[in-house]
Design a protein around this ligand. Structure first.
Ligand SMILES: Nc1nc2c(ncn2[C@@H]2O[C@H](COP(=O)(O)OP(=O)(O)OP(=O)(O)O)[C@@H](O)[C@H]2O)c(=O)[nH]1
Ligand SMILES: [Mg+2]
Length: 204
């Protein structure tokens, strides 16, 4: 299974990769700042299946796509070609501890759509910081999260999953992989590179 991790800076992408692969290996790729500035690809075996995980660089939460450096945008587009013929799933990492406004919604939309509009049907929201939810369920969090957050979840076909990256828990990964499997079946395949070519990102 091939997975691309997307999301704003510090959304938990590397940690989610570690959770999925049940390893701390992603962290070795950290530069001194800890920020993942280039795509990082890792492979491993989880629940008996071979998994490739590619992390794309994150964007600043409140940035428009014009404000994001060209190099980061190119890396985001490159991420899908690092797992040919294309990822089965793109996981859009969003922290449950962040408030989500129209500015943040627009940032997510613009950066995700660098990969073309069709990418949404292959994308699942991966809520991180699940440990910080307390007694709130993820459904309640979405319901009270406002229209901007709900718009994103709907764009992803109401597909979402919550993870606690502080906890090594195979169950949360198995459940995520099952959700991905279901999405792939619905899409009759993975996100193809040529799909994104139909909507090439605008060069600025
Ligand atoms: N409590 C808690 N902390 C988390 C969770 N996931 C990530 N973190 C912390 O959030 C911080 C950022 O996590 P990263 O995984 O580096 O996030 P990232 O999206 O890869 O960040 P960049 O690559 O720098 O954009 C780290 O200190 C993690 O330990 C989680 O589920 N719960
Ligand atoms: Mg990272």
């Amino acid at each position: 299974m091939r997975i691309v991790l997307l999301g704003n800076k510090a959304a938990g992408k590397t940690s989610s990769g570690n959770t999925i692969l049940d390893t701390k290996e992603f962290s070795k790729e950290f530069g001194t700042s800890g920020i993942t500035a280039e795509c990082v690809k890792r492979e491993g075996k989880t629940a008996g299946r071979h998994i490739t995980v590619v992390e794309a660089p994150g964007w600043w939460r409140n940035y428009t796509v014009e404000q994001t450096p060209e190099r980061d945008k190119q890396e985001i587009v490159l991420s899908v070609s690092l797992c040919p013929p294309g990822p089965h799933a793109l996981l859009l990492n969003i922290r449950v501890i962040d408030s989500f406004t129209e500015t943040h919604r627009k940032a997510v939309q613009e950066h995700v759509e660098l990969l073309g509009e069709k990418v949404w049907s292959h994308t699942t929201v991966l809520f991180t910081y699940g440990d910080q939810l307390g007694d709130t369920s993820i459904q309640q969090h979405i319901e009270s999260g406002g229209e901007a957050l709900q718009w994103i979840v709907q764009k992803c076909g109401n597909r979402y999953h919550v993870v606690d990256n502080k906890k090594s828990d195979g169950g949360q990964v198995t459940e995520l992989l099952e959700k991905i499997q279901k999405m792939v079946a619905g899409n009759r395949g993975c996100f193809q590179l040529n799909e994104s070519m139909e909507f090439p990102p605008e060069k600025s």
